[in-house]
Design a binder for this molecule. Structure first.
Ligand code: ATP
Length: 302
């Protein structure tokens, strides 16, 4: 129960985010094809007198340091289950954009869970860790497993998928978008259209494209049902999408609930070119180049 444990955890992009109708519990049924990408946060757990949270990185000022932070909630959930006092200091080294639709908070929650499990020597079975993740949030189980997966239910029921390697550029917008607000906009747009929202599904073409590693095939099938809702709240994102495809991306889309935009590119060389084009366009705050699938939350050698 001494020393420090650091866990590295990836961001995710949804290569398909299919949204169904609202369920009686208020969540939407989803068919969510997750791909973990090589843009990482790190969470370090150190024994302490009380539960404390600190954060470093360009977006650190946007991250809550109280018990609402998912790292604190993860430590409390694991400690409660094990009859321990969650006396731990959790430090987040943050590179994943905050409120950017890349599941950064979820990633940190999964990382904190794994870090505390190792720090406290609990060796909690993987299935139990995944259960705690699902209680913390719909995207948290995938942050633990990484790779590529289909998430059904509200996104938390995972089936691993085969995936070739794909290269991406992410354009970070000024300000965040609240995920619940984007879902409310989705509901408003669906009601205004007056058509029934179909049951969410990932097409066989998309799953085959993901497995093949062929970027042209994946570019033809990428889709995010939340994109019109995110664009309705942030119309300026249309200019970012145009700048990315104008700079040579095979396809661009809003990442998850946005406002980060994700651009699929042919290879690492194209990624550098598209990132430079986006940076020069003045339509976004920053760009990140990444590839996936990336491994899920991993304890780093001490
Ligand atoms: P998702 O893609 O899962 O919808 P997101 O990437 O859009 O999520 P997050 O970065 O997870 O959004 O942040 C959403 C909100 O969660 C933040 O505005 C912040 O108030 C809160 N939050 C709690 N814990 C964290 C954390 N560790 N890192 C970032 N935000 C956190």
């Amino acid at each position: 129960m001494s020393g420090a444990v650091t866990v590295r955890v990836p961001a995710k992009v949804n290569v398909r985010l299919a949204v169904g109708g609202v369920r009686p519990d208020g969540f939407h049924d989803l068919a969510n094809v997750f791909l973990a990408v090589s843009l990482f946060d790190e969470v370090t757990a150190t024994a302490a007198d009380a539960l404390t949270v600190t954060c470093e990185g360009p977006d650190a000022h946007k991250v809550p340091l109280d018990r609402t932070n998912l790292v604190a909630r993860a430590a409390e959930a694991l400690a409660a289950r094990s009859g321990l006092d969650p006396a731990v200091h959790l430090h987040i080294a943050k590179r994943i954009p905050v409120a950017g639709g890349m599941a950064g908070g979820s990633a940190d929650g999964a990382a904190a869970l794994l870090a505390c499990d190792a720090l406290w020597g609990l060796d909690t079975p993987r299935a139990e860790l995944l259960g705690i993740c699902a209680e913390l949030g719909s995207d948290v189980p995938f942050s633990l497993t990484g790779g590529a997966a289909l998430g059904t239910g509200r996104g938390e029921l995972l089936t691993p998928l085969d995936a070739g390697t794909f290269h991406w550029v992410f354009a970070v917008a000024d300000g965040g978008l609240s995920t619940p607000a984007v879902y409310r906009a989705f509901d408003r747009l669906a009601a205004a259209a007056g058509t029934e929202v179909p049951a969410p599904a990932a097409s066989p073409e998309l799953l085959a494209a993901l497995a093949s590693g062929d970027p042209d095939a994946l570019a033809a099938t990428l889709a995010n049902d939340l994109q019109p809702a995110a664009l309705s709240l942030r119309p300026r994102l249309a200019a970012v999408l145009a700048a990315g495809t104008g700079a040579g991306a095979l396809a661009g889309m809003v990442s998850g609930s946005g406002p980060t935009t994700a651009f699929l590119v042919r290879d690492a060389e194209a990624a550098a070119k598209v990132a430079a084009g986006l940076d020069a366009s003045g339509t976004c705050r920053a760009t990140h180049v990444a590839s996936g699938p990336a491994p899920g939350a991993t304890v780093l050698p001490g």
